[in-house]
Design a protein around this ligand. Sequence first.
Ligand code: GDP
Length: 450
Amino acid sequence: MDDCIAAISSAVGQAGIGIVRMSGEGSFDVLDRVFDKDISKIENKKMTYGHIIDRGNIIDEVMVSAMKEPYTYTREDVVEIYTHGGMMSVKKVLELLLRSGARLAEPGEFTKRAFLNGRLDLTQAEAVIDIIHAKTDKAHQLSVNQLSGSLKGLVKEYRDKLLDILSHVEYNINFTEDMQEEPDDSMLIVDAKEVRDKLSKLLSTANKGKILRDGVNTVIIGKPNVGKSSLLNALLKENRAIVTDVPGTTRDVIEEYIDLDGLALKISDTAGIRDTDDIVEKIGVEKSVSFIDNADLVIAIFDSSRELDKEDMRIIDLIKDKRAIILLNKSDLDKKLDFDLDLGDIPIIETSIKEGKGIEELEETILRLFNSGDLEVSNDVLVSNVRQQEILNRAYDSLNSAISDMERGVPSDCYEVDLRSAWEILGEITGETIEDDILDKIFSDFCIGK
Ligand code: GDP
């Protein structure tokens, strides 16, 4: 068992209760130093009422649950202390634990231990982060499926199959050296192709998984006064706004999430919609290009009561090859704009945001563009993040190259290498074969206390 770590596990702020958690060797001893009950009499996993005491002073009235390894989240001894909610109780209890022998946990360290001790595989650990971050019902459902081991199960199935093929190939290499002809690989090719097709099918879910999990990264652009912030407000008013303020630790960007019928639109105010009148002027074309580059959807607004000018044309130029929607706004005013440019299949919608006209059509268009009807989670297994997608792509490529070598009839030991690497690469998804620095990176995305 590793050393004793402690952290506040509940959200910071006013609340009914707060939770401080410990895990690792010595957790019960640390508890013994601060709790006014005889801990040898505490029953495993039963709640015990008492007080946390610091040098004779009561810090808080609490409930404590002490959980003996191995049947715990981390597979280590775990202690949870339920304090009154709010900032002070949890903070004081944590400080006391740190003075009494525990060390502050790193972000995600509890879950990392759960992974290292075999309680979860990496796909399940990632599902834990995703559940915490889920913004819509569907995103939540996807993560819960993954936590139950759906992706892990599939990957195991494919790896077992590959191992099976590999052992045949190795047998051929080792025991048929004296044969005149290469052994018949046709059945192995059929099996390898089957795995390849399944990998390809799984990969094809990545886009859907990403949209469900992260939402549609949306940028609203347009010249000053065309109605960008009015649109944002209209969308927020009509739909459930999920998160309105995410002061990031590294980048201070306001992100608004809008739940559009299960599809999360993530509107980053990086374009300064709220702060400035002119994104092109304030943040510079270069920067707006990068926002647009990273966007899944660009909503470009033009003022239909004015003629198109050079800046409008520049915006049109920027969105030409993007998934975009054009709004010709202020349709309640006299129309001056003659929009007869050929923009392929970019939908054009006339709106009067002021009078609430066209907003519904915009929402329907967005849902259609992202095939929202298709975004059912059901029991499908979806690839939900870029890490998994990238690994699957590499495994697919290795397997594919093994298959073409097999088909060309090259000697077994040549394609054995590719088969083996496909098997190894796939193991990175579940974490069976993975480098330490990649692990650290994955867990550093967690919050402290999880
Ligand atoms: P932004 O600078 O692009 O964010 O534009 P705003 O949303 O701040 O809108 C600029 C001005 O245009 C405000 O006075 C809005 O009330 C007005 N406006 C926005 N949409 C419409 C519309 O559909 N019709 C009319 N007549 N005015 C609008």
